[in-house]
Design a protein around this ligand. Structure first.
Ligand SMILES: [Zn+2]
Length: 465
């Protein structure tokens, strides 16, 4: 088994070879938590969750880290506008993020590090860069000396002289060179700040990912991922910071997902077409949104509008109907039928085909096409005079398994184990807050889904009814 990954660094598909056999260290840049996430943030969340799920399906143990930027200019601005403070705004939108992406079927990362909880590591990282001559203090700010790093531009395939043309020193910046970027920013009056060797301030944006990837995953990681818009300058700067510090390659594979357009236009606040996931999910089944995102190859641009979303809903329903039809036939099927072997082989060929597509740079779009072929075969099988339970079960299991690789549910009513655990936790939290109405509501919801709770001294146990 070999998985091919398109590596932005080399602009080629490469055979995936992790640093350590059977293990994958993966880092995905997370959101700045000053608002609900928009549809553009949902794409990397869904895409790289599917990459993670597929690697796990292929037997890898994936260590998955995704950060929260919980202090920056935007957070400071919003906190001021709402007469709140930065930690309260961050906490609110971190919880909102979890609610949105878990509805979209994304698993939690092993670690979701936050800038404010890793300040010591960030300061130490910057300090080492200063000692090595890759960074310098200037009047309370610290900047990275971009020209000193030889490989600058290698990810975005630009030469430093091309970059030089467009670079300007902004008013208030105290840099040696227009290409230098901030690692530490001196605090303005009244702003949230941390003590550092350079006085009170806070980190620039790029340094957090270098410091947190190093802390949680080590000097070199296997896969670093994010939206295409992050490749330059964010990821370029991460490479410069990390490789200057360790002298080792920072990430072996760089993966970037394509842009999302709204009705063939770029999404922007000024065009008034800014779509928040929080709002879409009030009207749209999150599974449909996920299916829609995965129906296009992750590196291609994706166009979003209501009609396309509706089409995705109809397509998903077709697969589910095929599954339900097979399920209904299960009870009236014989144990064994003569042509079982031929059908079982046909089904396993579809699994192989699905794997082949996914091995080829996680081609979920063609993987979904294989699922439609499987549904077609299922429909053909149901026209047989005698059907066997063995074959039907194989169809059902295959659908369930391949759907779950994509983070999708073929059986709409089914709750996954981690969803049950989450609901139980929410119920416990509600009881702690003496919100018994909510706690009962959750219990009833679980009961409807055939999940039976048992409160014991050791905690709440559950089983499927
Ligand atoms: Zn990052």
């Amino acid at each position: 088994m070999t998985i091919q990954i398109y590596n932005t660094l080399t602009r080629k598909k490469e055979t995936f070879q992790p640093l350590e056999a059977g293990k994958v260290k993966m880092y995905v840049c997370g959101p700045t938590v000053y608002n609900y996430i928009h549809i553009g943030n949902a794409r990397p969340a869904i895409v790289f969750d599917s990459v993670r799920r597929y690697l796990e399906y292929r037997g890898y143990e994936v260590q998955f880290v995704s950060n929260f930027t919980d202090v920056d200019d935007k957070l400071i601005k919003v906190a001021k506008e709402l007469e709140s403070d930065v930690p309260a705004i961050a906490e609110k939108f971190i919880q909102a993020y979890f609610a949105d992406v878990s509805a979209l079927g994304c698993k939690e990362a092993d670690v979701h590090p936050r800038v404010t909880e890793n300040m010591d590591e960030i300061i130490e990282f910057i300090d080492t860069l200063v000692q090595k001559g890759y960074a310098y203090e200037s009047d309370g700010d610290v900047y990275y000396r971009t020209r000193k790093f030889d490989g600058y531009g290698k990810l975005s395939h630009q030469s430093i002289d091309d970059l030089k043309v467009g670079a300007r020193i902004q008013v208030g910046e105290k840099k040696e060179d227009a290409l230098d970027f901030a690692l530490w920013k001196m605090a303005k009056e009244g702003e949230i700040a941390w003590d550092s060797p350079w006085g009170k301030g806070r980190p620039g944006w790029h340094i957090e990912c270098s410091a947190m990837a190093k802390k949680y995953l080590g000097d070199t990681i296997d896969i670093h991922a994010g939206g295409q818009d992050l490749a330059f300058p964010h990821h370029e700067n991460e490479i410069a910071q990390s490789e200057a510090l360790t002298g080792e390659p920072f990430a072996n594979y760089w993966m970037h997902n394509g842009y999302i357009n709204i009705n063939n236009e770029k999404m922007s606040k000024s065009l008034g077409n800014f779509v928040l996931v929080h709002d879409i999910l009030k009207k749209v089944d999150p599974q449909v949104l996920r299916f829609f995102m995965l129906s296009v190859h992750y590196r291609n641009p994706i166009n979003f509008n209501n009609e396309l979303l509706e089409n995705a809903g109809v397509a998903l329903e077709r697969l589910r109907t095929s599954y339900q039809n097979l399920k209904h036939r299960l009870e009236v099927s014989a144990n064994l039928v003569d042509n079982d072997q031929a059908w079982l082989e046909k089904i396993s060929q579809h699994v192989e085909k699905f794997e082949k597509e996914m091995d080829d740079d996680f081609n979920t779009a063609d993987g979904i096409t294989v699922l439609f072929d499987l549904a077609k075969q299922g429909n053909v099988y149901l026209r047989e005079e005698n059907t066997s339970a063995k074959v039907i079960k194989s169809f059902l299991n295959t659908f369930e398994e391949l759907f779950s690789v994509l983070g999708l549910k073929i059986n709409q009513d089914e709750l996954l184990d981690d969803e049950v655990d989450q609901l139980i936790e929410q119920r416990l939290e509600a009881r702690k807050n003496r919100d018994f109405a909510l706690a009962d509501q959750i219990r009833d919801k679980l009961k409807e889904m055939n999940i039976i709770l048992e409160d014991t001294r050791q905690g709440t146990r559950w089983k499927r009814g």
